[in-house]
Design a protein around this ligand. Sequence first.
Ligand code: AP5
Length: 217
Amino acid sequence: MNIVLLGAPGSGKGTQAAMISGRHGTPHISTGDILRQAVTDGTSLGLKAQGYMDRGELVPDEIIIGVVEECLREEDCERGFILDGFPRTVAQAESLEESLKEMGGSLDVVLNIEVEDEEIIRRLTGRRICGKCGRIFHLLFDPPRDEGVCEVCGGDLYQRADDTEETVRRRLEVYKEQTAPLIDFYKRKGLLRNVRGEKSAADVFEHVQETLEGIRG
Ligand code: AP5
């Protein structure tokens, strides 16, 4: 299936995308991960993106749209894809529609994960990520067995630079101004399914699974 995960920062898009991909083998494309890797590698994309990311602003459409188009062409999209963090503006959504049409495809569903702001701040300020395998932890909700160490691969855990409370609040404002309009955009196209994101990750995944099965028929 071709799936878009929509939702505020910290709503659990990355967590659910990893679970869907783990269960069904569908490729997971995260624009945030692609951009962070580019920053780490010091590529021209990373140099252009870093300032926006550190401030909690969106990277300009003309930069990110090209990145996703290339990714969709390279990925083995026959098994479908899970887009996590893209589109984030109406212009990005329109360009995605156009690219998929050119490739003879279309979206099957947009899962909109709903979580209240204060819960988001708790989640993001407590998030820790493995620098080696990318496994996402939370200091309270999903703590690693040994502090600061990934229990999957033994890698060191780090906190994202944009997960401070001040930047998270700015990311939430940006989400409401620029990304939330996509809820109506996809509702009008009949693709939107709301998922209540405040239960445990496993319970949210169960709801996601039921929704995907309902669409597959
Ligand atoms: P990106 O990396 O996409 O960040 P985001 O959308 O802000 O989302 P997050 O990754 O912070 O959260 P998530 O929803 O994936 O939550 P997660 O599963 O990790 O983007 C970063 C930046 O890159 C942007 O600010 C922008 O600058 C740029 N960018 C990216 N895409 C762009 C685009 N298309 N256009 C322009 N710019 C772009 O979960 C969060 C925490 O909560 C974790 O600790 C997790 O363990 C925990 N958790 C998850 N689910 C649950 C649950 N059910 N219960 C309890 N805890 C949970």
